[in-house]
Design a binder for this molecule. Structure first.
Ligand code: SF4
Ligand code: SF4
Length: 311
């Protein structure tokens, strides 16, 4: 089902290469209704939807793309029915619901302040059904395909984190698998997009990178058949697989107030700490050298005194 969205999730899905999306759609599942991918239109499409819900009641998987407006049904009405009405009707006989992307999982840009349509994600309006939040804006194609493959293989929904995201794809931070991480650890940061450090591929943390607060597989699976991902292209992560990422702005600015896990907070201070440490090291070295020297002088004096010589 498509509600308030831009269809980027479907666009991403059709680019899956492992497995190839054609294998999934043509061989592995029966895709009985999709406003984007089906050949039927109008009354034929509506009949297919009704027939599917009736014939497979309790067994079909409902996949939703987009948020649901709750302030006024006029914001999203399809075939004379509001998005909320359609969602409730289709969810009733679903064995499980897959919420594709940030819109269906967390509301995304439509739910950003001031949220004029009262946009809500699926789990805020449907209760009592297993809901898998496949996060991202859009989600990675192979992650979308992987969730379907998991269900087909194990006939159960994957293990989910507390935000309803499949653990197999969302248990690690983008930061934890980022190839620029050694630069972060060494305190080597890009200061502006056109500086020498950017050319050297240093860490993008000071350019507003939210990799330390974002759970996704971008650094491992990547995009476009594993070719690259935003950070590899020199763009900081904007946290698209997290709730409220549009409101946690502005993008491209490192925000001191941005929630962190403690260790990230040291990145800003790392230069200062290194400086202080170096200064402290030099001071300690000077002090210890001084003490040694004094000891040497003192022992020299006592040796001379032992031999009855003047110091
Ligand atoms: S802050 Fe961003 S660019 Fe830097 S290591 Fe973490 S994820 Fe990579
Ligand atoms: S790098 Fe961050 S913003 Fe970019 S796609 Fe991955 S999770 Fe989303």
């Amino acid at each position: 089902m498509h509600f308030q969205e831009c269809t980027c999730c479907s666009e991403s899905f059709i680019r899956s290469s492992h497995p190839i999306v054609a294998d999934i759609i043509l061989d592995k599942v029966s895709l009985d209704y999709s406003e984007t991918l089906m050949a039927a239109a109008g009354h034929q499409a509506e009949k297919s939807l009704q027939d599917t819900m009736k014939e497979h009641f309790g067994n079909y998987i409902l996949m939703v793309e987009g948020s649901v407006p709750t302030k006024n049904e006029a914001y999203c009405t399809i075939g004379g029915k509001s998005a909320l009405e359609i969602l409730k009707e289709t969810a009733e006989g679903a064995a499980a619901i897959v919420a594709w992307g940030n819109c269906a999982s967390a509301g995304c840009v439509q739910a950003a302040n001031p949220n004029p349509t009262g946009a809500k994600p699926v789990h805020k309006v449907i209760h009592g059904k297993p809901i898998i939040n496949v996060q991202g804006c859009p989600p990675i194609a192979e992650v979308m395909a992987g969730v379907i493959v998991h269900y087909l293989t194990f006939e159960s929904i994957p293990h989910l984190d507390k935000l309803g995201r499949p653990m197999e794809f969302y248990s690690r931070r983008v930061h934890d698998t980022c190839y620029r991480r050694p630069n972060y650890d060494a305190g080597l940061f890009v200061e502006s997009f056109d500086d020498e450090n950017a050319k050297k591929g240093y860490c993008l943390y000071k350019m507003g990178c939210r990799g330390p607060n974002t759970y996704n597989s971008c650094g491992v699976i990547k995009w476009n058949n594993g070719v690259s991902y935003p950070i590899q292209s020199g763009h900081p992560c904007i946290g698209c697989s997290e709730a409220n990422f549009w409101d946690n702005g502005p993008f491209y600015k490192h925000l001191q107030s941005f929630p962190g896990f403690g260790v990230e907070k040291t990145a800003d201070k790392i230069g200062v700490i290194v400086g202080i440490a170096a200064g402290a090291g030099m001071a300690a070295h000077a002090i210890s050298t001084n003490i040694l020297k004094r000891k040497e002088i003192a022992s020299g004096r006592s040796k001379k005194e032992e031999h009855g010589q003047e110091a």
